[in-house]
Structure formats: C-alpha cells, structure tokens
Ligand binder design. Structure first.
Ligand code: SME
Length: 151
C-alpha cells in the first residue's frame, strides 16, 4: 500500500498548476481515504515568528485546535524535540490535547526545510496501537516531498 501511495503523493505534489495548499489538501485527502488506520490527517506549520503551530490543510473532522503553543500536546512537543512521536495509546499521555473522543492513537512527524523544523504532519487513528516503522518511513517520505515544494 505505501509503495503505491508514495508514487501517488509525488505525482500530486508535483502538480505545478495547483497552489501549494491545494496540493497539501489533496495529500491529506489521499492519505485519509487510502490508509484504513488514518482517520484524521493534517499539517501544522510554525506560525510566523511565534512559538506556536497553526493548522494548515487537513482531512477529517474539524478541530478546535487550530493554534497549538510549542510544548503543548503531542504536536507542540514535536515542534521542540524535532523527533517523530508515536503514541500507541493517547490515554497514557499526560501532555495530550484531545480532538475527538474516538481517537485512540496518534503519530506526528516533523517537517524540515533546510534542516529547520517548520511544521509537521499529524495523524490520528481510531484504531489502538496501529502505527509501525513503515508509517514513520512513509510519513518522513511525504514530508521530504512536501519540503521540496515549500522552498
Ligand atoms: N492531539 C494533538 C492535537 C491536534 S489534534 O490531534 C488534530 C496533540 O496532542 O498535539
């Protein structure tokens, strides 16, 4: 599944006739609609010079958490750690921002442009403990492809 998806993501992101946000939106839709354990897929980006993340394109239920301060929640922690954060069980996390009661697990992978952490891809799953190294490698690939169109 991920091999074919990699190709589809690359094709979408290379659509130079479409604005960046439209391409990112299509990537979110593609991932959410293709991967059974991806129930919410979104990008957060550093909000200008502020120490906070701002929600960008996403697919899934609308969330109240359109701004997340650095350090808060899983997303805010990744903004400062620069590391992937895989959460098999969100209930076991004390620094977690709940978006929906149906969410069981989450993965956040930072997005680097020229070595700088400028945002992240965030996936919520309604399936407990669904994420593997394969998800990590795939989402790192997606972010590298996105980084190419942001520079
Ligand atoms: N759960 C995230 C907040 C963002 S929502 O999942 C869309 C967190 O703890 O940072």
């Amino acid at each position: 599944m991920f091999e074919k998806l990699r190709q589809e993501v690359s094709v979408l992101l290379n659509r130079e006739d479409l604005k960046t946000d439209i391409r990112l939106q299509q990537v979110c839709d593609l991932l959410k609609n293709t991967v059974p354990h991806y129930d919410w897929v979104g990008f957060y980006f550093k909000n200008g010079d502020k120490e906070e993340l701002k929600l960008g394109p996403y697919a899934g239920e609308p969330t109240d958490h359109t701004i997340i301060p650095f350090g808060k929640g899983i997303c805010g922690q990744v903004a400062v750690s620069n590391q992937n954060f895989v959460v098999p069980d969100v209930k076991a996390q004390d620094n977690y921002i709940a978006c929906s009661i149906t969410v069981k697990a989450e993965i956040v992978v930072p997005l680097f442009v020229n070595g700088e952490n400028i945002g992240q891809i965030d996936i919520d799953s309604n399936t407990p403990d669904p994420f593997t190294k394969e998800d990590e490698r795939f989402l790192e690939f997606v972010n590298k492809e996105v980084a190419k169109i942001l520079v």
